[in-house]
Design a binder for this molecule. Sequence first.
Ligand code: ZN
Length: 261
Amino acid sequence: MSGDSAGGERLLDPDEPPAFERVNPHGTARLLLVCDHASNRIPKRLAGLGLASERLDEHIAWDPGAAAVARGLAERLDAPLILGGYSRLVVDLNRPLESPELIPERSDGVAIPGNRNLDQAARERRLAALFWPYHQAIAAWLDAHSDPVPCLLALHSFTPQLDGARRPWHIGIAHGRDPRLAKRLLRGLAVHEDLVVGDNFPYAIEDSHDYTLTRHGERRRLPHAMVEIRQDGVETPTQIEAWVNRLASLYASVGTLEERH
Ligand SMILES: [Zn+2]
């Protein structure tokens, strides 16, 4: 039995932060920024999921640097931003409900003791406390700002090494079936000859693996893309500021998309 499987309990204590954070909600840009993996916080009741605390600083728990870049972009572009408030190890805000990675029992070779053999009630408690409120906040903003059609941009970071392999890209732009925004961002990034840019690398947007942009971007036919920055490029305030500057200029240069459905 897991520590959070008792029936009827709340996952979050009243003094804990909410499931998501809104930044600049009245920003004037026709753009919503989202950051699914912004935080490595674990609800107190889950007792760190049984992991050593240093594990929670690693990429398995969150996307280091992504929230700082997202906050900087929100300010620079005057765009609203919604950030997830808790670790992806509690419930991954960017996984479909049927994905084994939604509440992972292992991540990058690390066993997550607090996620082992969860019963349905415990799983649903995490969804109710964290997953649905975040996605409802995104949906509510998009419902209220449907005309003119906004863009949706998800900010992530990725680990420089995975399964022993070095990943060469400084940044990746991911898209699924709708490449409108991604292709424009990629064209804009091509002027940076010093950058290794991944076109759907290290990740693409896939139904089996993604939720936020398929659910909110593709279904609403919004121009959308995922920005993935390599984590060793967002470790210091100077590096973060450099990426904020590059991405703000890039987004401004692609502008608002004229061709719409
Ligand atoms: Zn991520």
